[in-house]
Design a protein around this ligand. Structure first.
Ligand SMILES: [Ca+2]
Length: 119
């Protein structure tokens, strides 16, 4: 019995790490929905400057600036992620994913500084 519990615990933990409420977008510090996270509800404008958004669950605390590595977009809207604050710099679309986590390419990790819902 103990062996069965040990074998199933990691799978349950992984599943729990990659859940985002309906109509929210969840941004994760690490790949596969791991690490610290912040989230925005559908209809929120997003953030001009993620260096003003605290991330107490992130490694070392601080803010969510230049942390994004994966996301779940459980809203019905496309969101835009920008490398620089105030919607400047390279832009990446974040299309709805349902409740599935999408990893950024390694070359795009830890660069996002602002995020907006499409409007
Ligand atoms: Ca990261």
């Amino acid at each position: 019995m103990a062996g069965t519990l040990l074998a199933t615990a990691p799978a349950q933990a992984a599943e729990a790490a990659a859940k985002c409420p309906d109509r929210w977008i969840c941004l994760y510090e690490h790949q596969d929905g791991r690490g610290g996270s912040i989230s925005f509800p559908e209809g929120s404008p997003g953030s001009d400057d993620l260096s003003k958004v605290p991330c107490p669950t992130c490694e070392g605390g601080g803010t969510f600036a230049n942390r994004l590595s994966s996301f779940i977009n459980n809203t019905s809207q496309t969101w835009w992620a920008f490398y620089e604050t105030h919607g400047r710099g390279e832009r990446h679309n974040m299309n709805p994913t349902g409740n599935r986590v999408l990893n950024l390419l390694l070359s795009d990790e830890d660069k996002v500084s602002s995020i907006y819902s499409w409007r």
